[in-house]
Ligand binder design. Sequence first.
Ligand code: ANZ
Ligand code: ZN
Length: 801
Amino acid sequence: EDAYDPNSVVDKWTAIWDELGVYQASDGDAARSYVVSMFPYPSGDLHMGHAEVYSISDAIARYLRMRGQNVLNGIGWDSFGLPAENAARKRGLDPREWTYANIETQARSFRRLGVSFDWRTRLHTSDPEYYRWNQWLFLRLFAAGLAYRKAAAVNWCPNDQTVLANEQVIGGRCERCGAVVVQRPLTQWFFHTTGYAQRMLDDMAQLAGHWPNEILAMQRNWIGRSVGAYLSFELDGGDAVRVFTTRPDTLFGATFLVVAVDAALAAELVSDGQRAAFETYREQAATATELERLAADRPKTGVFLGRYAIHPATGERVPVYAADYVLAHYGTGAIMAVPAHDQRDLDFALVHALPVRPVIDTGEPDPRETDVATEGEGRLIDSGEFTGMPSTEAGRAIVERIGAEEAVTYRWRDWLISRQRYWGTPIPIIHCDRCGLVPVPDGELPVRLPDSGYVLRPTDGKSPLASATDWVNVDCPQCGGSAQRDTDTMDTFVDSSWYFLRYPNPTYEEGPFDPAGLARWLPVDEYIGGREHATGHLMYARWLTKALHDLGLLPFTEPFTRLTNQGQVIMNGKAMSKTLGNLVNLQEQIASYGPDAVRVTMVFAGPPEDDIDWADVSPAGAVKWLSRVWRLSGSLLPSTGESDGDLQRAVHRLIAETTSAMDGRRFNVAIARLMELTTVLRKASPSDPATREGVEALAAMLSCFAPFTAEEMWERLGHAPSVCRRPWPVADPTLLVTDSATCVIQINGKVRDKLTVPADVSESRLRELALSTERVRAALGSSEVTRVVVRPPSLVNIVAA
Ligand code: ANZ
Ligand code: ZN
């Protein structure tokens, strides 16, 4: 009799929740909370990773709702992107079919999991109604000079036949397919993000304490601010080379200059005599990726350019080289090499027999003897009038003396957003021979993707859209002459940088987002997602928010007030993957254990940010606990009078402890407290009013993690649905103060210490407390405890030999 099949109640409660609209944000003016988890990519059905992130975000949403907040818990789909194209190619389908079928599957699975979304937010970035606004925003950025085209050496994946952002190149390889990424010169669209570098850093002050420090540190690192100087070196025979250095204090140790081999400057400077050698080297260097070029352990190759520069402080002539360890697009693309104090310069100097001149005494061994550059601070030596000065002060003094400019640089690059892909937002620009780059008029948006007439995988290195000639050829909106559409699509990270702005009103037609919705819900109060997005999505979304703020479109500058990262679901210490064959199928887990047990297992495994090793956990434990909890709701008897005081206090203490765990987003701890409460209630008399109070509180709190079980309990307790509408239970403060008692601790009958303990302290807790006091440990020394007699709360006698 007393067992229920968790899967059998899913449809029943889903229908009741829909009918009652329990998860819909209200129009009321109660305190609001906007909860968003990073929206899913429809690559198939939901997987274990999705179940984890939505179990966490849903616990947050449900908790806030029960705490009286008006909660908007949004959902949508990030539905443009390469996998749809690849799947379409493989199966001969339209990318739309694959994408929208997967979205439906995932939507059903979300319902089966009982996630408390307000489905009215639903949007798909591949809908023309959405990407229309992606195009509109692009045009606003274009008008403001924040979207521009330039020719650049870009990351190119030869397998996927597309350019990639730096963020999509991991260890020199394509993030998606693993092919080695090469550099290719192309004219591409960029968003000018780097002008915001300092604000991105400064605004982190708003996020500190609300975002994981780790993410802030990763972003800081990615932006890579350095303070230094631009120094100018005159060349023999005119010209000058400007270098960027963070160590102007080492100027006197500069013994040669290096220009990036692929910088235009290198080709301009090279002497006739060295041109042939330079060209050979340049071709060879073009095959290396940026990561390889920067690798410290790579042999330092390069070629003399046949030119000399005049050292601005000593007047000496120093040779100028081209090498690939200097990057064309960082600083000025040229450096002064100080081999004594920079390891890469030293490695280069050793290969090319160039002088090494130490100018900072760091107290470490001489780099000329060790071949190890001394990169730290110290006092200047052999540096003319600056000799003896601490290096920390000398930089500024030298910069001033030679009349150079102080400079701040950032490693962060502008965001390359063009993709040679089909399944993305067409860039709304028309190329006209007479008028140049002409924006598609707002009234003609969206520029829809053609449904036919394109080649998904062209072999000419061009975009798929370039083959849709009917689509490409248009009249110029300005002069009416014949013109062509831009054939690239936008990086899908553009789509995902602002979707949360549209959730409050996804059908709004007057703009990308409804100002009333913004005012009501934004910025996002609680954002939940993986830390793999630290330097990608989370940077782009922060940047776009600032850019739109400056365009007068947003009243705030940071999109996500609080960020929670979840870990990954792994198996036997390894990431789950098809290739490893260790995928755990979410639907099978749900079929065997029910949605609640899977959800409980996800959040009970550890704090949200930890990885969960599915090999170490089993939803079977959760099933057992949930059925015990459920049985409690059917075991109560009519009240027979007064409550037991201890029981009441235990119930209220556990409510208080669960609440504080929820506030700290320590859901695993919250569940542990609910389990403890279950044990307490199972031992309690079924007719004690405090037992009923405890079971009702348990059902309410449990609904954050196991909504189906909680509803079943609530119904069995005789209440009308839904438990999700009930307020979060509040602990009675008068029941939380426990009387205290003094406990005497004896060792072999002799009093050694006294402790103040709660009057209801348990035997095991008291034993633990007594054995760990400093005095007791000192008195015990190395003697062995043979027996401990515990009489709570007043006496502990330790027998030691
Ligand atoms: C002289 C020097 C002496 C340097 C020394 C370092 C140590 P961060 O902190 O990363 O900004 N550099 C400048 N432009 C470069 C480029 N395009 N490619 C590769 N390296 C470049 O590093 C700035 C330092 O990296 C600069 O300071 C420059 O070397 C080098 F003891 O100048 B330094
Ligand atoms: Zn024109």
